[in-house]
Structure formats: structure tokens, C-alpha cells
Design a protein around this ligand. Structure first.
Ligand code: GLN
Length: 314
């Protein structure tokens, strides 16, 4: 599609009309108590083309916690370290896999069965290992993730402290994952430090518009189109996008490939980012989730958008 196609605005309106009602069948995440206060009627779609043209509908300027969407950006930081230092890529890919999990994002069972090697960096256990790798290479890993996102969004960002504190109080399962990783020798820093970093990045608050801008460099062979800054080599940008396509929506990744056909990454606050290679970055946001932890109206919106604007890469 092209930026100035006259029917994009119309298509967005039609997609919003179809997708919004789907939220009624979903449930806002409540295992992190602060997320339970999210307004289930919030809904927004932002598309940002590589040339900077933006198309948007709904609540695209309202910040929400990015949650698991942060996992893409931690992986990007880790890939940057891998480009800069010999041996990091080998270490990283010996400690975390690249296969879809087919299990929920916070499953303990799979990690035990597979002896402490998480299936991929987009599930919680995998992100904890990535954060552990970053600890070894950044002076201030939480700050580094925030700064990367600020650079890519072109805005100052902040951490939602209520959400961060609330998640710290509800960390049982992630702590169990971190302990299991440590027990298998796949965490090299203190469990509490790695968890602090993880919770910090999950609580970064961004709007759908900012996220659509921030993810665009992956649609542009690793170069941020806003500034011309190379974030990743073309090869590594393609690899991150491949992991989003196969693993970014947890155990619904097959369904997403089938119905949407784009590299995507979701978070439990209801955001889903995606890229259309060589065209745009996009983000949809609607807090009520389906069983797999993906935004229900977001899924519908992405499907309808991909159909109407012919976005699927497959
Ligand atoms: N902070 C959330 C958790 O660890 C992130 C999960 C998600 O967004 N899927 O459970």
C-alpha cells in the first residue's frame, strides 16, 4: 500500500467499527492488579508509513504499559551488543531458542522439561535470559531500554510507577521462572536484579502512535526512517522480525500468521505492534484479552486491516 492511498482513512473507520464490539468478549488482565483498572472501551489504531505519513483512529495518544511489547526492544538491544562484541550472539542463542512455544507466555512446565532453555525471547522466560545477557553488557540496562524507545518514538517516555509497583507485588510466577532458570545455570546475575529490570521495561508507558513509530525501523531494514540512524544491520533486523512472526503472539502465533500474516508482538495491557516490511509500523490497542493473552479487538482489527489494505506478507 502507499501512504497517500485515499481509502486508508475510510478503511480504518470500517475496521474500527467491526473490531470495537469484539472487545466485549474479552477480559482485561487482572493478575497484575493495576492493569485491572484499564478502561475496556479504549481502542486505537495507528499506522505510520516509512515516509512519516500517519493514519490513526481512536485513542492513539493515550499511554498504556507496553508490557511484553518491550521484549522486542530488549532483543534489539541484545542484538546491538551481539553486533558490537564477538561471542555475544553465540552466547545468546545457546541460552535461548528461536522456536514458537505453543504454550502460554508464562509457562513453567516447558522450561522444566527443556532444562532451562526458553523456547524463544518473546516469552517471559526468554526475556529474562535476554535481560540477564544485557546486564552483562549495559551499565544501566533498564535505562538503556527506555532510551532506545525514546530515540525510536522521538519523544520523552516514562515508566508507569503504579503498574511497576503492582507487578513487583505479583511476581510469583515470573520469580518461579527466574529461579528455575538460575537453577539450570541459565541466569548469571541475581534473580532480583533481573526481575527488577524486566518489570521496569514492562511498565514503560507509550501510546499506540509512539509504538507504531518506534517499531518502524524493523520495516526499514534496521534504519530508523525518522532520523536515518541505523539501529540494527539489515540481517539482524530481519531476524528480529522473523522471531516476531513466529513467536510474537505466544501460542496464537499460528493463528496470527494465518489471519494477519505480519510480524507482530503483543502485550497484556492490550497493545499489539506490527510491521509491514518496506511500508509501515503499526499498533493497535484495546485492553480486553482473549484466552492466549492477546488483545481480542486488536486481533480482529489486524485481520480486517490486513485484508482491506492487502498487507499480509504471505
Ligand atoms: N509483565 C507481564 C508478565 O510478566 C508481561 C506479559 C505479557 O505482556 N504477555 O506477565
Amino acid at each position: 500500500m502507499t501512504a497517500d492511498r485515499p481509502d486508508v482513512t475510510e478503511a480504518l473507520a470500517e475496521v474500527a467499527d467491526i473490531a470495537r464490539p469484539a472487545a466485549a468478549d474479552g477480559t482485561v488482565a487482572s493478575y497484575i492488579p493495576a492493569l485491572a483498572h484499564a478502561d475496556p472501551s479504549r481502542f486505537g489504531i495507528a499506522l505510520v508509513d516509512l515516509d512519516g505519513t500517519e493514519h490513526a483512529i481512536g485513542d492513539v495518544d493515550v499511554p498504556f504499559p507496553i508490557q511484553s511489547i518491550s521484549k522486542v526492544f530488549s532483543l534489539v538491544l541484545a542484538m546491538q551488543k551481539a553486533e558490537a562484541h564477538d561471542g555475544v550472539a553465540e552466547e545468546l542463542w545457546s541460552r535461548v531458542g528461536r522456536e514458537p512455544s505453543g504454550d502460554p507466555y508464562n509457562s513453567l512446565v516447558q522450561l522444566e522439561r527443556e532444562r532451562g532453555i526458553p523456547r524463544n525471547p518473546m516469552i517471559n522466560a526468554g526475556a529474562l535470559v535476554i535481560d540477564d545477557v544485557l546486564f552483562g553488557h549495559c551499565d544501566d540496562a533498564p535505562r538503556a531500554t527506555l532510551e532506545l524507545l525514546e530515540l525510536l518514538a522521538g519523544d520523552r517516555l516514562s515508566v508507569d510507577e503504579d503498574v511497576r509497583r503492582s507487578e513487583v507485588g505479583a511476581l510469583h510466577r515470573n520469580r518461579a521462572l527466574a529461579n528455575l532458570l538460575a537453577d539450570f545455570g541459565n541466569l548469571h546475575h541475581a534473580v532480583d536484579d533481573v526481575l527488577d529490570n524486566y518489570v521496569h521495561e514492562c511498565a514503560i508507558a507509550m501510546t499506540a502512535r509512539q509504538l507504531a513509530r518506534a517499531i518502524r525501523f524493523l520495516a526499514n531494514d534496521g534504519i530508523d526512517p525518522a532520523t536515518g540512524t541505523r539501529i540494527l544491520s539489515r540481517e539482524l533486523a530481519r531476524r528480529v522480525a522473523a522471531i516476531m512472526l513466529t513467536c510474537g503472539t505466544y501460542d496464537a502465533a499460528g493463528e496470527f500468521a494465518f489471519n494477519v500474516g505480519l510480524p507482530c508482538k503483543s502485550g497484556v495491557a492490550g497493545g499489539i505492534v506490527g510491521i509491514v516490511p518496506r511500508h509501515m509500523g503499526l499498533c493497535v490497542w484495546s485492553p480486553p484479552l482473549d484466552r492466549t493473552g492477546n488483545s481480542l479487538a486488536g486481533r480482529v482489527a489486524l485481520h480486517e486491516l490486513a485484508e482491506r489494505l492487502d498487507l499480509s506478507i504471505v
